[in-house]
Design a protein around this ligand. Sequence first.
Ligand SMILES: *Cc1c(COP(=O)(O)O)cnc(C)c1O
Ligand SMILES: [Zn+2]
Length: 417
Amino acid sequence: MSFAKSLRCRECGREYPLEPSHVCEFCFGPLEVVYDYDAMHRNITRETIERGPASIWRYADFLPVDIEYAVDINAGYTPLIRAKNLGERLGLTNLWIKNDCANPTWSFKDRVVTVAATRARQFGFDTLACASTGNLANSVSAHAARAGLRAYVFIPSDLERGKIVGSSVYGATLVAVDGNYDDVNRLCSELADKYRWAFVNINMRPYYAEGSKTLGYEVAEQLGWRAPDHVVAPMASGSLYVKIWKGLQELARLWLIDSVQTKMSGAQARGCSPIVTAHEHGTTNVRPVRPQTIAKSLAIGNPADGYYALKVMEESGGYGVASDDAEIIDGMKLLAESEGIFAETAGGVVIAGLAKLAREGKIRSDELTVAYITGSGLKTQEAIEDALAIPLHIDPTMASFEHALGERARDTAQAGA
Ligand SMILES: *Cc1c(COP(=O)(O)O)cnc(C)c1O
Ligand SMILES: [Zn+2]
């Protein structure tokens, strides 16, 4: 049995039963799951967690679902890697990478979808749906296949090929909408009123969003039960960023870690930075923008959790940081070349932002810093392929190889001169 008690409006505090709904009928504020923390405190210890499976389900007691309904393709419990090489390049002596590319559909979205799909099955839905910037479409399609549910996934029509193929392959009905994510989301909100489908990030959003808390829990556990000093995380709607903070706060509340002093820094692409821009202007009033960036997975111009992200940034003493497309590509290359991790454009946004914060002295060199890498670069190859060296092309002879090698050395020397 889950320790979730009810849904509560984040604005006026009114409570609602655990149902597939996401807005307060009274003030239209967003709803959030509340838990019986006293019961959790009596039942959960570090040992009960450590005995659990090597997946998100080791934190089942923190999630608003009953595990007998679990739709499980083994999301979560991804590697936390000490990034010594990258740290040396950036002047950071205690840098770690949380590599969420290592999820079943190669992005952190498997965390949120496994929770939403499980709750959808518990509610008796037979259809999963979503409005997606790409990775969510992949994950919803895969989880629906696993659960034997139908899936309708809605995406902007200009998405990367890898994200389109990575949804269709699971047998989902893919709907490419001529418009940007904010148009797709608006359409899906209308559809969610008419069809009795579980839109994971609309009517199921309170449950879905809780899955991201596990990115806070896991990092704390992997660090030996402590919170990082500094976090750099990507922001699209801002939900992931806010829930990492909530996850850390919950661990402290349940006495599983000491009090949380983590500075939460959030990274966006300059071509879609409504949250960072509001932070720079010292306001919590987020002004919607029209996205124009290669970081399509983060291209939400009207972020649902922007206001709450800004509150976390302020409360934790973190920073907002934005990078342009060239810096994003450099960030992708830097991470790949220094640590052997091929991240998508959102990872480039995080590494570019991390580098900037380090350069500006906003991250102290000895702070225990965790950078969240949330999706795999194999899905966004078109963003970076023109910025990479082309293969040496040779005949199958020693002479041809050595000739080509000589040419490459000369080109490299010229480029460096
Ligand atoms: C969806 C997504 C995010 C963050 O999304 P939020 O809406 O801010 O929760 C980050 N990285 C990748 C790769 C994503 O697909
Ligand atoms: Zn309300």
